[in-house]
Design a protein around this ligand. Structure first.
Ligand SMILES: [Zn+2]
Length: 482
């Protein structure tokens, strides 16, 4: 009996030593077509002069060694539409419930899977495209203690700390950090995936930091559940204001578990005020791991920019807070000394007709800061936004395929308005519209509205694909809309 135990223990030690004879702790090991079979099991993978070709849905590469703490970089190329996954912490490579899964998918928006390359699937989803089909890109992964960092082309698209005693949904119960294998495999039948090779550097084992073990609060629990359901938790309306940098914004988004769309304010008397400043802005941010947005200011914007420059952005949006009344007064509704309300009812009727004119003529994707009222009228919001007025706005949103922003800063529109818009089939976007570097928040009002109106992922706006931009199809109105 003892003899058998001893033998089996010996066998385990020999096997383990053989498996770990590859990448050595603290050293970078490069694995490519020349040596892959020393380290990995290949299934339906062709070794070509371009690299390792994962041609079919069944194609996979599975490490024969196990890792716990490591740095990995993989050079990958997808042909149009090809999708795959990088799995780690997998103790049973055959099971999809086991190990963390990073998505590889560079399809355009509204094409293929919603999650794009770098998505830590169902834990912290990424919906932003930072790599392109038919171009080599680098996928980076660092796992250290309870910390996971995913990078695409050197940009951090995901940072996540696994909480202590984490519990996952039953079908992904094994998505927990442990010593395990690394697997790269295809996940659809379209196109091909090429792996030039990857580097592995096992890191010394360190204990998880106790300071990171705080139990998630109620809002984090909601965010975790939404990520698990693959809900596109995206804040499409943030600004680099008050000294907020792009890196700080991205870090904040990752901390609270969502993706950001970052917008420049573009219009008359704004820093971005013509094609050349708009184009320069776009090129300055084009590689950042956020959606790139243009906030169209005032009604004059349609005369300042060209469709071709505008169409580079993932989406554009505007609000109805700047327009000119029947007496020729240009109003900014958030500025009390620039807003004129001679008669409450007439003002409301004019506001609704301005919204109708704007959203039917301007090729915008999202109606931001919706139903905003000047300070003088705001206390009477529920009385002034009558069902008839709500329905006029809802009709124009639906007819012109404009998403309705749920605005966290102003807590608008009302839940009643959101429920009515949902019933009519309007799409929604979440937006914070931060005014500075200290008011990004955690999408509190949006999450409240989501719960109370019962929004699902099918209710949510996703940016159009590049060959389907409204501004390209509709063009710009020849004169300002209001
Ligand atoms: Zn804004």
């Amino acid at each position: 009996m003892h003899y058998i135990k001893l033998l089996s223990a010996l066998f385990c030690i020999i096997t383990l030593t053989a498996c770990q004879s590859g990448p050595r702790t603290g050293e970078v090991t490069k694995i490519d077509a020349t040596n892959i079979e020393d380290y990995c099991l290949l299934h339906d993978v062709a070794v070509t002069t371009d690299g390792l070709l994962l041609k079919n849905r069944s194609s996979s590469i599975t490490s024969q060694f196990n890792l716990r703490n490591f740095e990995l970089t993989a050079k990958v190329k997808t042909t149009t539409g090809a999708e795959g996954v990088l799995i780690f912490a997998a103790t049973d490579a055959a099971s999809t419930a086991d190990g963390y899964e990073i998505r590889i998918n560079n399809s355009d928006y509204r094409v293929g899977s919603l999650q794009k390359t770098g998505s830590l699937a169902r834990i912290r989803n990424n919906f932003v495209r930072t790599a392109q089909d038919n171009q080599w890109f680098t996928l980076g992964l660092t796992v250290e203690a309870n910390h996971i960092k995913v990078q695409v082309n050197g940009k951090t698209v995901n940072e996540y700390d696994e909480p202590v005693n984490v519990v996952r949904a039953s079908d992904i119960s094994g998505r927990i950090l442990t010593t395990g294998r690394v697997v790269i495999r295809r996940s659809n039948e379209i196109g091909e995936m090429l792996l030039e090779g990857f580097t592995i550097k096992p890191l010394k084992i360190v204990q998880p930091e106790q300071s990171l073990s705080a139990a998630p609060d109620s809002l984090t629990k909601v965010v975790d559940q939404l990520n698990d359901k693959e809900f596109p938790l995206i804040d499409f309306h943030t600004h680099l204001k008050g000294g907020l940098t792009m890196d700080q914004a991205v870090k904040h988004a990752q901390l609270i578990g969502c993706n950001y769309g970052v917008a420049a304010n573009c219009g008359l008397k704004f820093p971005v005020t013509n094609d050349s400043t708009l184009n320069a802005y776009f090129h300055a941010i084009k590689d950042e791991p956020v959606f790139k947005a243009m906030q169209c200011e005032g009604r004059e914007w349609v005369t300042l920019f060209s469709p071709k420059i505008i169409a580079q952005f993932d989406y554009i949006f505007t609000d109805a807070m700047t327009w000119t009344d029947l007496k020729g007064r240009r109003m900014r509704l958030w500025m009390p000394d620039e807003t004129f309300v001679d008669n409450d009812e007439k003002f409301m009727d004019l506001l609704v007709s301005k919204i109708e004119s704007e959203l039917s003529n301007e090729p915008v994707d999202i109606h931001a800061n919706p139903t905003f009222l000047p300070a003088k009228l705001a206390p009477d919001y529920d009385r002034l936004w009558t069902p008839e007025r709500m329905d006029r706005v809802i009709t124009v949103l639906k007819t012109y395929d404009v998403a309705l922003e749920i605005n966290s800063r102003f807590k608008i529109p009302s839940i009643a308005f959101i429920k009515r818009a949902k019933a009519a089939g309007v799409k929604f976007s979440f937006g914070t519209n931060n005014g500075s570097n200290n008011d990004l928040g955690r999408l509190e009002y949006c999450l409240k509205a989501l719960k109370e109106a019962g929004l699902t992922k099918d209710d949510m706006f996703i940016p159009r694909s590049s060959n389907d931009k409204k501004v390209t199809k509709m063009g710009l109105p020849s004169k300002i809309t209001g």
